[in-house]
Design a protein around this ligand. Structure first.
Ligand code: NAP
Length: 246
């Protein structure tokens, strides 16, 4: 149990999710640090939140697994009695050209990035409806808006997240629940670190602010959408991209 607001952040063991967990923890919110494979890194995030005077716990769940998400969120509700904020951050890439893409590469990305968000909303919203309040924040991407060669699977998943966000926002608004999406541009994490230098250089040329983003840039936007200041914002897609999607 905790007296604090409770936030569930999926994929919080690394990258943007880690930064979101730390930012919410700093703001006095109890954070459920979800991970899939990186148990030690997730525990390190929990320790970092605690060292800064915050509170958090670690829970494993593969968000692409519907049944596992049901068990996971039921466990959160059983232990902490409420869910105030759900951040659907967990995501993967399996880049490749359309004509060479294996069916499995399409399915894994859609099942994690899009269905994963559906799964967690499905079970977290049940609790938020009871509370008559809640904040759901989904991680989309600029490529969900603009498309990107070599990413038909990823961009389709992130475009789907925008549709999911707007439809869920309409369904849940009357119960005091807001649903918004954030579309990051190029953020420096392990996901983008692996990209070839020429891709990084070409991308940089497309960013009006002429620099890549940091996980903290996205984390602060999530914290804003989760705050009281954003109470009248729902169904929106906020680009955190240095102007890339303009
Ligand atoms: P990252 O560094 O690769 O980290 C991905 C995170 O997702 C990890 O914590 C990983 O957990 C978790 N994850 C992956 N599959 C999962 C699953 N099935 N169940 C639960 N957790 C899972 O990625 P990132 O760059 O921080 O990206 C975070 C989000 O922002 C993603 O949705 C991504 O698509 C989006 N985004 C990123 C950028 C960018 O430039 N980096 C741009 C636009 C959008 P484990 O390590 O524990 O498996």
């Amino acid at each position: 149990m905790t007296d604090k607001k409770v936030a569930v952040v999926t994929g919080a063991s690394r990258g943007i999710g880690r930064a979101i967990a730390l930012e919410l923890g700093r703001r006095g919110i109890f954070v459920v640090v979800n991970y899939n494979g990186s148990a030690e890194k997730a525990e390190a995030v929990r320790e970092e939140i605690a060292a800064a005077g915050g509170e958090a716990c670690v829970m494993q769940c593969d968000v692409s697994d519907y049944g596992a998400c049901e068990t996971f969120l039921k466990q959160v509700i059983k232990e902490y009695k409420r869910i105030d904020i759900l951040v659907n951050n967990a995501g993967v890439t399996r880049d490749g050209l359309l004509m060479q893409m294996k069916e499995e590469d399409f399915d894994v990305v859609l099942n994690t990035n899009l269905k994963g968000a559906f799964h967690t909303i499905r079970f977290a919203a049940r609790q938020m409806l009871k509370q008559r309040s809640g904040r759901i924040i989904n991680l989309s991407s600029v490529v969900g808006i603009r498309g990107n060669g070599g990413q038909v699977n990823y961009s389709a998943s992130k475009a789907g997240v925008i549709g999911l966000t707007k439809s869920a926002a309409k369904e849940l608004a009357s119960r005091g629940i807001t649903v918004n999406a954030i579309a990051p541009g190029f953020i420096e994490t392990e996901m983008t670190e692996v990209l070839p230098e020429e891709v990084k250089e070409a991308t940089l040329k497309e960013i009006p602010l002429q620099k890549f983003g940091k996980p903290e840039d996205v984390a602060k936007t999530v914290a804003f959408l989760a705050s009281d200041e954003a109470a009248y914002i729902t169904g929106q897609v906020l680009c955190v991209d240095g102007g890339m999607a303009m």
